[in-house]
Write a protein that binds this ligand. Structure first.
Ligand code: NDP
Length: 240
């Protein structure tokens, strides 16, 4: 049986690598994205993975988007909540809008996608939800109270929902990446990035494919006894 998997923010960066890894393992993969249609089209052309646009921070859009995916491809067995944004700034300069937007998308997106898909997984007695947290949700980070709070919230969300899903064959886990060489990290000033890399024991940034391999394991049949856990993939930068 082919499992249907949705990867939010699945058309580029870490999400793109996750989409490709799951497709290579035989899943029917659907990549969601926010609005960068050019990147999404290039991704679909290159991989054959269909891309659907909706805002994961919009509750009704998630319900409608997932209903459309299920109508087009069948019931959704796997959700990877990867979509995320940064709106960095020290607290005394951070606007309420920047706080809210990061909470709405990074943490609210996990709730919205789970509301749209968890009931079906529970009924069918099989499901995999993998939430992408962050090293900065584990350790905190200067200038990121919004992002660190949202990513930290993902850990609590994961552990609570894991308890609800366990007896129905639905596992819920978090992967907490360290610094990975994507567009998000390319936005960090080079001088700051140099200091960050100096603190990574492995001595380099991670690659999106290294996160994707962790996600692929957590989505597999073999990972049925792994739930409520956090897998840190960070080159040894933060040992938790
Ligand atoms: P990118 O900025 O490279 O890609 C983000 C993806 O998320 C894009 O596909 C984007 O769509 C999508 N997206 C953004 N907002 C929304 C939204 N509201 N609804 C739907 N999709 C949305 O990010 P990364 O690949 O670097 O990061 C992926 C995840 O990993 C994020 O959750 C991030 O916080 C986390 N992470 C990243 C780290 C890193 O070092 N890169 C470190 C730790 C965690 P579109 O293309 O349309 O804009």
């Amino acid at each position: 049986m082919t499992r249907v998997a949705i990867v939010t923010g699945g058309t580029r960066g870490i999400g793109g690598a996750i989409s490709v890894a799951l497709k290579d393992l035989g899943y029917t993969v659907i990549a969601n994205y926010a609005g960068n249609a050019e990147k999404a089209k290039a991704f679909t052309d290159a991989t054959g993975i269909p891309a659907y646009a909706w805002d994961v921070g919009d509750h009704q859009a998630c319900l409608d988007g997932c209903a459309q995916v299920a109508a087009d491809h069948g019931p959704i067995d796997v959700v990877v909540n990867n979509a995320g944004i940064t709106r960095d700034g020290v607290l005394h300069r951070m606007s309420f809008e920047d706080w809210n937007e990061v909470m709405r998308i990074n943490l609210g997106g996990c709730f919205n996608m789970a509301k749209a898909t968890f009931p079906g997984m529970r009924e069918r007695k099989w499901g995999r939800i993998v939430n992408i947290g962050s090293i900065n949700g584990q350790s905190g980070q200067y200038g990121q109270v919004n992002y660190a709070a949202a990513k930290s919230g993902i850990h609590g969300f994961t552990k609570a929902l894991a308890q609800e899903g366990a007896k129905f064959g639905v596992t819920v886990n978090t992967i907490a990446p360290g610094y990975i060489d994507t567009d998000m990290v390319a936005a960090v000033p080079p001088a700051v990035l140099e200091k960050i890399v100096a603190k990574i024991p492995v001595g380099r940034l991670g690659h999106a494919e290294e996160i994707a391999r962790g996600v692929a394991f957590l989505c597999s049949e073999d990972a049925g006894f792994v739930t409520g856990s956090t897998m840190s993939i960070n080159g040894g930068q933060h040992m938790y």
